[in-house]
Each structure stands twice: as C-alpha cells, then as structure tokens.
Write a protein that binds this ligand. Structure first.
Ligand SMILES: Cc1cc2nc3c(=O)[nH]c(=O)nc-3n(C[C@H](O)[C@H](O)[C@H](O)COP(=O)(O)O)c2cc1C
Length: 202
C-alpha cells in the first residue's frame, strides 16, 4: 500500500491559488506526510477547444483515485463572483461514485481561496466550497484563532480557511500572515489525518 498523503487539489488561472497550494504543501510536509498537488483542467463547451490530457506545466490533473485514496484534502479555488471557479465545481460534480460508496466519509478537509479585492467574497467562496465536502461526510478543519496571524492579518486569512488578497492586477505576493495561515492549514490537516489514522488502528 502506498504511503499516506494529503491531496492539495486546486484550480488556478493566474498562479495565486497555486502559490497558496505550495505553502499548504509545506505545512503538510512539516508533519511528515506527503503532499500530493493536483489541479483540474479548464472546461470548455462542446463546441470549443480541447486541450492536451497532460498540462504543459505545473501540477498534473487529479483523478478520482487521487481523491479516493487521500488521507485528507485541501481544496483551493480563485473566487469567481463570490463562489468557486467552474472547473473545480465540474470536477466535484463528477465525484458521485465516491459519494455512493462513502469513500470520503470521515476524512479531514479544508479550503482556501484567492481574490482580486480584499472584501470581494473570500468568506462566501470558502463556505460554499465546504458544502460538497460536507455532503461527502468529510470533517471540516477551519483555522482556529490560536493562530495569531488570524488576528493580526491586514490581508487575507479567515477562520473558514486561508485566503489571499492578490490585488486588482493579481500581482500582490502572499504576505507573511497569509503564508503562515496556509502552512497552518497544511499542518492541521496532516496532524488530524495522523490522529484519525492512529485512533482507527489503536
Ligand atoms: C470570472 C471571474 C470572476 C471573479 N470574481 C471575483 C470576485 O467575486 N471577487 C474578487 O475579489 N475577485 C474576483 N475575481 C478575481 C480572482 O478571484 C483573482 O484574480 C484570483 O486571485 C485569481 O486566482 P489565480 O491567480 O489562482 O487564478 C474574479 C475573476 C474572474 C476571472
């Protein structure tokens, strides 16, 4: 059997959400677990273009098996009109087979997002991203206020999950508080997965 991993599954058009994913991965690795970074393809209508099955750069596309076998999940999306991006929703809408067999029940999960404007829907996006995960029976891990960055941040960061204010031009880099909260989510997911696993066998 392969070693336990946390799946960091995200969509990112311009790289901000992808950068968050990399910081979350470092938090997961800090706990000694593998972070498996996967993305989803952009979607197009039947009459539009078809892209190669393997992306030219960055993370490879997630399979249902990546999701089925993970010990925990970090799910990330840019905010689009206060909600998750369609490509990620499209992927989630294809997970009925895992729902039918209850494959994700009891696994820890967290969510993260990036926006152009500071008050442009980070919290609504994060909360709406939790809904399908709750339908799958996953255990939601937000961020506790014992993470001091939550109180100190002048940028992103919410108790529902890490967030990033990328600015109107998308060029604002993650600041120290936003990075700390990404790492905290990764660490929290990995440690929760480890505890659940040891409880399962103990
Ligand atoms: C269709 C569309 C809708 C968007 N809606 C919002 C929004 O509601 N609030 C906001 O602050 N930014 C919005 N944005 C901006 C993105 O959330 C922002 O640029 C994000 O950082 C992009 O992440 P990425 O670099 O991972 O692609 C929208 C962008 C697009 C293309």
């Amino acid at each position: 059997m392969s070693a336990a991993y946390i799946l960091v599954l995200y969509y990112s058009r311009h790289g901000a959400t992808a950068e968050m994913a990399r910081h979350i991965a470092r938090g997961i690795e800090q706990a000694g677990l593998e972070a498996r970074l996967r993305t989803v393809p952009a979607i197009s209508a039947e009459c539009e273009a078809v892209a190669p099955a393997i992306p030219e750069e960055g993370a490879t596309y997630a399979s249902l098996d990546d999701l089925k076998r993970c010990a925990g999940l970090a799910l990330g999306s840019p905010t689009r009109f206060g909600n998750m991006a369609a490509p990620l929703k499209y992927f989630l809408d294809g997970t009925s087979s895992l729902w039918l067999t209850g494959e994700l029940v009891g696994k820890p999960a967290g969510v993260f997002t990036s926006t152009a404007s500071l008050h442009g829907g980070q919290e609504t996006t994060l909360l709406s991203m939790l809904l399908p995960l709750l339908h799958h029976g996953m255990l939601v891990t937000g961020l506790p206020y014992s993470e001091s960055a939550l109180l100190e941040t002048q940028g992103g960061g919410t108790p529902y999950g890490p967030s990033h204010h990328a600015g109107a031009d998308g060029k604002r880099a993650l600041d120290a508080h936003e990075i700390a909260l990404c790492r905290a989510l990764g660490l929290r997911l990995a440690r929760t997965a480890q505890r659940l696993e040891s409880g399962h066998h103990g």
